[in-house]
Design a binder for this molecule. Structure first.
Ligand code: GDP
Ligand code: MG
Length: 163
């Protein structure tokens, strides 16, 4: 059974873009649990010679403020079951938001290794955001650009010990 890596973060940080880059067209698995299919996409990911199942946790975009916390928790809990690692994605251009910190605090309570991914860092545009991201307490943020395919070797190095 392939290890599972869950991609987590607030809306618009680039989770789905990263998922698509890792999985391409290899979307293979569908969770048929009602209410879950809509929120999660899983696929066979390849990152250099790492093979794993990537899980894109989407579906928070249309949640209202009053339901967000509960949905976030339920979805993240479900996605983290049996996960070998979590990728906590932030937007290095936007800087940290309260919601990023919320996800970080939540993940700290989960017993899963967390790799902090500072996306949208093409060129040097994310440098300030990468520095700020150290505050989240997950060690050195891995600067990547999911859209432009930069930083994937660094992501490989950070993820390889866990999968
Ligand atoms: P999600 O809501 O976390 O799944 O985020 P999406 O993958 O839908 O991306 C949100 C927006 O960020 C889209 O407009 C993407 O094109 C953009 N985006 C994603 N990755 C990058 C990146 O590496 N650099 C830049 N500049 N934009 C990105
Ligand atoms: Mg998405």
């Amino acid at each position: 059974k392939k290890p599972k890596v869950v991609i987590i973060g607030r809306p618009n940080v680039g989770k789905s873009t990263l998922f698509n880059r890792l999985v391409g067209k290899r979307i293979a698995l569908v969770d048929d649990t009602p209410g879950v299919t809509r929120d999660r996409r899983e696929g066979e990911a390849k990152l250099f010679d790492l093979d794993f199942i990537a899980v894109d946790t989407a579906g928070l975009e249309d949640a209202g403020p009053e339901t967000l916390s509960g949905r976030m928790r339920a979805q993240t809990e479900a996605a983290l079951e049996d996960a070998s690692a979590a990728l906590l994605v932030i937007d290095s251009r936007a800087g940290l938001t309260p919601m990023d910190r919320h996800f970080a605090d939540w993940l700290r309570t989960a017993k899963v290794p967390v790799v902090l991914v500072a996306n949208k860092a093409e060129g040097r545009s994310g440098d300030a955001g990468i520095l700020e991201a150290y505050e989240l307490g997950f060690g050195e943020p891995v600067g990547i650009s999911a859209e432009h395919g930069e930083g994937l070797a660094d992501l490989f190095e950070a993820l390889a010990p866990h999968v």
